[in-house]
Design a protein around this ligand. Structure first.
Ligand code: ZN
Length: 642
């Protein structure tokens, strides 16, 4: 089913929301350090039950109410050096961190965003206990602007300063455990307009926004310090918000998978129409099918029945093949139904007729279900849930609701990104009535004085960057410009700095502007090469453990199998282990083998000897150094040397 989609024709629209932690001296609303606690730091612990709060309009978020009704409890670990009474919600927040505001303003100015006149801190309701107060504090700092990526302007909607949430450590049954160190670390949130039109473009925009963040010089680095959410829609689909996209590399994959999912859901809708199905006729009431499974061999089912549970089911008339309809690789419409069932009732899962017999449920039992429900095996489908009666019924109600939405097309959802780029239902998209003013914090007027001060954190313009790179690492302007436009500027700067004096800036640049693009041109999946592997192979070159000539081959192999270690590949290719002495031996040996030519032509036989040595050494030693050794050894045979 690997359909190649034409994103223009599909009307793909993508907007990004990036969250970057700031490395300010303290948190956004208290004096605690803006960093994570040490592993062994002493901590207090307290338990809370959060109540859903009404918004100003008197509405209660249905999802919040649902969580509360379930009776969920939250355990908070409070590290003594990285949290205080503010994080515990026992003390009002302190005034907004001025440094964080300045960095956010500087960032906003570089995008041409227009700062607001006064910054108001608002409360945004959160329902998962990640904020002890039950809301996240957030402040709009600037509106509008744009970022140019590969010649195209991508609109910026908002630049916001907000507090990060607590770290989730674990979850079991109705208890969730959080650590408070991350709560209150300042975050810049930047949201783009839905101007992005392809998976690759989404990656590039995220990269360039990430680069601007880093150029403020005030951001935290490392895993989890930048988080990206993606909004995706196609023509006739709906806006899906994808959360938890951990790496840059995953962005294009997640966009691709979501476009495919929406495209397939529209196909599913067309299929339902083609079969002339009407929702109200197609789905039956909930039936108790427990009797069918008396003495069943299915472990899952018999365990439920032993505990006094039931097997409930619904018939789906005319829907054979619908639950088994594939949306993204490995995820079927039935998987979506199961996600809804899990979310709204807490059951472990469901069975659908397209996947049965399986899980110990036999052919005979399937036949019996068809008979009891009065269904036609060739045309109809059914869904079963085995659990406590009330839970199972609730799960099937959620399934029915989700099927109803399939008749309309794509539901608006918030989804969780999985490691392979596919997504899973997380919750319905929140309504808009979720923010109200934070009365504990006075507004901050944006004065000319403040704006002037913010200039200090404003990331440099690309042309300034080009000059800096060229001056710092001795590379020409053209190469510097290529680097600024490439997704590798960051890692380049890091490596050029680290190996200053060992490797030239120009050679390191050539890995990113020459070798990688060349491999990409050959169709090698270079985006899969992990940053760690790039660092490792260049480190090996710097240490003389492998020749520069080997880099291309090693990267090609890693792109194909990104979980492999460069060292492993170097060894496998037989590219390791040559010392300068080894190389000198090979050179002398080669000269001896070609003594006639050497005696005749002296140093003019350099090309001949060099070619033969290179063929023997094959990337196991640096070519430039080999040339030096060849010259040295040859000079001993030159007429003057004899
Ligand atoms: Zn604190």
């Amino acid at each position: 089913m690997a359909e190649k989609l034409d994103y223009r024709e599909l009307g793909l629209k993508v907007g990004l929301e990036l969250h970057q932690q700031l490395a300010t001296t303290h948190k956004l609303f208290c004096g605690c350090p803006a960093e994570l606690a040490l592993e062994d730091e002493a901590e207090d612990r307290f338990i809370r039950k959060l109540r859903p709060t009404r918004s100003e309009l008197g509405e209660i978020d249905p999802a919040a109410l649902f969580e509360w009704k379930k009776g969920r409890k939250y355990i908070y670990d409070a590290p003594i050096n990285h949290s205080c009474l503010v994080e515990a919600d026992e003390e009002p927040p302190h005034p907004l961190n001025r440094e964080a505001l300045l960095v956010t303003l500087g960032f906003a100015l570089s995008l041409g965003s227009k700062p607001v006149n006064e910054v108001y801190t608002m409360r945004k309701i959160v329902i998962d206990g990640s904020n002890t107060s039950g809301f996240q504090r957030t402040a709009l700092v600037a509106l509008g602007g744009s970022i140019e990526v590969e010649g195209k302007n991508i609109g910026i909607q908002t630049v916001v300063l907000e507090e990060d949430a607590s770290r989730k450590l674990g979850e079991k049954d109705l208890v969730t455990n959080y650590k408070l160190d991350r709560l209150g670390i300042p975050l810049i949130e930047v949201a783009t307009a839905p101007d992005i039109q392809s998976p690759e473009e989404a990656r590039n925009v995220a990269y360039h926004l990430g680069l601007l963040f880093r150029l403020t010089g005030k951001v935290r680095r490392g895993i989890g310090t930048i988080r990206q959410d993606i909004n995706v829609s196609i023509n006739g689909g709906a806006i899906t918000e994808i959360k938890g996209v951990q790496t840059l590399e995953l962005i294009p994959k997640a966009v691709e998978m979501e476009a495919l999912r929406q495209y397939r859901l529209l196909k599913l809708k067309a299929l339902l129409e083609e079969r002339h199905l009407v929702y109200s006729n197609a789905i039956t009431e909930i039936h108790d099918l427990t009797r069918v499974f008396t003495g069943t061999k299915s472990k899952i089912v018999s365990r439920t029945l032993k505990k006094g549970g039931k097997v409930l089911g619904i018939a789906l008339r005319g829907m054979k093949g619908i639950p088994g309809f594939e949306l993204t690789p490995g995820r079927r419409f039935g998987t979506e139904l199961a996600d809804y069932a899990r979310f709204w009732s807490g059951v472990g899962g469901l069975f659908h007729s397209d996947e049965l017999p399986a899980y110990g449920i036999t052919e005979q039992e399937v036949e019996k279900v068809y008979t009891v429900l009065g269904l036609d095996k060739e045309q109809d489908a059914f869904i079963l849930v085995a659990d406590e009666e009330e839970k199972a019924a609730k799960a099937l109600k959620a399934v029915v609701d989700r099927i109803k939405q399939a008749f309309k097309g794509v539901p608006e959802e918030t989804r969780q990104c999985l490691p392979d780029g596919t997504t899973r239902f997380l919750r319905p998209r929140p309504g808009s009535a979720r923010m109200y003013p934070e009365t504990d914090i006075p507004p901050t007027p944006i004065t000319i004085h403040l704006l002037k001060e913010a200039e200090r954190f404003k990331p440099p313009h690309p042309s300034v960057l080009v000059k800096q790179l060229s001056d710092n690492y001795g590379i020409n302007r053209q190469l510097a410009l290529q680097l600024v436009r490439s997704p590798y500027l960051d890692i380049y700067t890091l490596l050029a700095e680290k190996y200053r004096g060992k490797l030239t800036g120009t050679w390191i640049a050539s890995v990113f502007t020459n070798i990688i693009p060349m491999l990409r041109g050959e169709g090698v999946p270079v985006d899969q090469i992990p940053e760690s592997a790039l660092k490792e192979i260049i480190d090996m070159v710097a240490k003389g453990e492998v020749g520069k000539e080997a880099v291309e081959e090693v990267l090609r192999k890693i792109a194909e199998k990104p979980d492999r270690h460069p060292r492993e590949i170097v060894e496998e290719l037989g590219l390791t282990g040559l010392s300068e002495d080894d190389v000198r031996k090979i050179v002398i040996e080669t000269i001896e083998e070609n003594m006639n030519a050497v005696k005749e032509r002296g140093e003019r036989s350099f090309g001949l000897v060099m070619g033969k040595v290179m063929a023997k050494v094959r990337g196991r030693f640096d070519g430039k150094k080999i040339a030096e050794i060849v010259r040295e050894e040859l000079s001993k045979y030159s007429p003057r040397g004899i």
